[in-house]
Design a protein around this ligand. Sequence first.
Ligand code: SAM
Length: 233
Amino acid sequence: MLISKQLRKIIEKEQTGIFNRYLQEKDNWEEHLYKTKEFIQLELESCKYNSVAILGSGWLLDLPMDFLIQKFEKIMLVDIVHPNAIQNKYKKYSNVEFIEFDLSAKFQSILEKNEQETLLDWPFQADVVISVNLLSQLVELPQDYMKLDFDLVLFAEIQSNHIHNLKKCEKFILISDIIEHQHLGAEIRDIMLVYCEIPLCMKKKEWTWNFDNSGKYFDKADKVEKTVFAFAN
Ligand SMILES: C[S@@+](CC[C@H](N)C(=O)[O-])C[C@H]1O[C@@H](n2cnc3c(N)ncnc32)[C@H](O)[C@@H]1O
């Protein structure tokens, strides 16, 4: 899928932001990244599948890449844009493939204010599909970087389609931040990050992500934490 230069720039800026925040909060993110990798590895350790697709692969910070490379014959990394450093690092592996695809199917149409776009089927097939810290991003990005007004119906549709597609897979893992907790002095403000129904009967784990302790992420908050849910079928 070809995306416009303008959209590529927006995504690259957002990815740089994620990486800089990771560098700044490295010690605080450690537990969340460890738990994400551990959950994925435990879910897949004894499975007999051949191929895996990783949605929202980005910098691969939250993925047990050594384990996946050993375990699977084919690994498809799916992101709207892949950081150059990651493409360079993994190009030597013949079982790793990079797929550029807008998993919301909406970004270009939001940018062009074109309402015609319909949701596309995923252009890949894999035995296992892992959606990793992406679900909230599918709607955060259009708000933060494209200045799209909050649109509950559109956002719920994008997220519920993502979950619907995942549930059709032979084996899926979905890990996502679900609630953001903004600490404003003595008050804690909770913000929902997911606007559609979530498959609670498939929820297996929950943890807290110490997301920002610098006070820079949200201007009035001393710190920001996120509640993360991990689902699998
Ligand atoms: C918070 S990061 C997830 C963490 C990621 N695994 C990492 O370690 O960088 C979200 C990723 O999802 C990607 N993304 C956001 N919206 C997307 C979309 N509509 N389609 C495909 N990828 C998207 C971003 O480019 C980013 O790399």
